[in-house]
Design a protein around this ligand. Structure first.
Ligand code: PLP
Length: 309
């Protein structure tokens, strides 16, 4: 068995304080692992730049929150940090070619409930290269379609067992939505709730911006994202970017948003940890925003985001 992409794999294991290095091309899980048979588990996807994982604390906190939502007892954050360090240093050993200070890697943290009957979850860190698609979409932007998620925006609160705000391994629906978009010739999706609210992408947070010129010639820039309590995953990228944008003088807003708000915006993006800001060019075939403003704001937000550790 060979892995189609080169992956460095480190299991969290009480017998190995720094994590246990494993061969990603060899079988590692039981066929009864409930992550495989039921999608029962949680994960995080992070970006490492030049060997440093960005927003690591926010990701570890969200992993703990997701695990809590599934009643999964997972190792402490120090153990995760040590395993991440082991995986990144092993990646350096395996890839000694000078990758450059800005070299980007995907660092994934995965927890499954373990094999049926097992007392403890399976936890691991995997490190792999960033795909070309993510880089391309940052540059060229994306076309998206709106898709019904089938839940109303109060469902998360009313029915916590739906795990709507947790990052679970049950992403088959999200991947199906993406395939549906690709069949329509689009790149990505923005989910809409059954009561007509803008929610999120299958793997990203929605952002929009408005620029208003004041009478004195100065401009007010406002960055808006859907309400965080509407059954969406709280994005670590959105959270960090909002903090940086506020410090840089932007005004911030949190929904509720409707599809028309996306079409009325000066710019719309999907943002996530690996792809970063992907400007949205069309929604359901309709052009979005003002291209020159979109370009200017994207450059400004990219610069703010680049400063986030
Ligand atoms: N929403 C969903 C459903 C996601 O899967 C993701 C990331 O994969 C995000 C939002 C963005 O989260 P982050 O910015 O922390 O990567």
């Amino acid at each position: 068995m060979t892995s189609p992409v080169p992956v460095v794999l480190v299991f969290l294991d009480p017998a190995f304080p720094g994590g246990r290095l494993a061969d990603a091309s060899q079988p590692q899980l039981m066929v009864t692992d409930q992550g495989a048979t039921r999608g029962d588990g949680v994960f995080e996807t992070m970006l490492a730049v030049g060997g440093n994982v960005r927003k690591i604390q926010a990701h570890l906190d969200r992993l703990a929150g997701s695990a809590d939502a599934l009643d999964l007892a997972i190792p402490g954050q120090d153990e995760w940090r040590r395993a991440i360090a082991t995986a990144l240093s092993e990646h350096r050993v395996q890839n000694p070619a000078p990758a450059g200070a800005g070299a980007e890697l995907v660092v994934k943290l995965v927890v499954t409930r373990g094999a049926e009957g097992a007392a403890a979850p399976n936890c691991w860190v995997q490190v792999s290269p960033v795909g070309a698609g993510a880089r391309r979409q940052r540059e060229t932007g994306i076309d998206v379609i709106l898709l019904d998620r089938g839940y109303d925006s109060d469902a998360a609160e009313r029915a916590p067992w739906l795990l709507l705000g947790a990052k679970t391994l049950s992403y088959a629906v999200n991947m199906a939505a993406l395939r549906h978009a690709h069949k329509q010739g689009a790149d990505d999706v923005i989910f809409i709730s059954s009561d007509g609210r803008v929610l999120e992408g299958p793997t990203s947070t929605v952002l929009l911006a408005h620029v208003e010129k004041a009478d004195d010639g100065t401009s007010v820039k406002r960055l808006i994202t859907p309400q965080l309590d509407s059954g969406i995953l709280p994005g670590t990228s959105q959270g960090a970017l909002f903090t940086a944008a506020k410090a840089a003088g932007w005004e911030l807003g949190y929904g509720p948003l409707e599809p028309q708000d996306l079409l009325d915006a000066d710019a719309v993006w999907l943002i996530s940890s690996v792809r970063l800001l992907a400007p949205v060019n069309h929604i359901d075939g309709k052009p979005v925003g003002t291209p020159s403003v979109q370009k200017e704001l994207t450059a400004e937000l990219n610069e703010l985001f680049a400063g986030i550790q």
